[in-house]
Write a protein that binds this ligand. Structure first.
Ligand code: FES
Length: 126
């Protein structure tokens, strides 16, 4: 496997980082662990294995700063961010993205999907 651009061989493809943070980065934003991230993490590993996905690595990550949208994961080498809420969401990512090579548009987190304005602190806006 290579990254497609440079022809370099990748150690893992895909390489997935899923937030399992259990502390709120800011009050009111929530954390991925409280929204079921650990169960979804385990399900993604199991479902990938059941479906014969090879070359995959699914790592735990700390806060990815999209807490209110979580649980959050990032899929490399593409760098596609997803918000997942259910086992069905995880299965859709494995089937459609990991196996099928397509995006799951309905679950994608885009750069504009930011923290709601009322949660941005005065310090961040200065
Ligand atoms: S706690 Fe998961 S993105 Fe912040």
């Amino acid at each position: 496997m290579s990254d497609g651009d440079s022809g370099r061989k990748l150690l893992y493809n895909p390489h997935i980082f899923m937030c399992l943070e259990e502390n709120e980065s800011e009050p009111g934003r929530g954390c991925c662990q409280d929204k079921g991230a650990m169960e979804l993490f385990g399900h993604m590993r199991a479902y990938s294995k059941q479906n014969g996905v090879t070359g995959i690595r699914i790592n735990r990550a700390s806060c990815l700063d999209r807490c209110e949208l979580g649980p959050i994961m990032v899929v490399y080498p593409e760098g596609i961010w997803y918000a997942v809420r259910s086992k069905e969401d995880v299965e859709d990512i494995v089937r459609t993205h990991i196996i099928g090579g397509e995006r799951v548009e309905r679950l994608m987190v885009h750069p504009a999907d930011r923290v709601p304005e009322d949660l941005v602190t005065a310090e961040q806006t200065e």
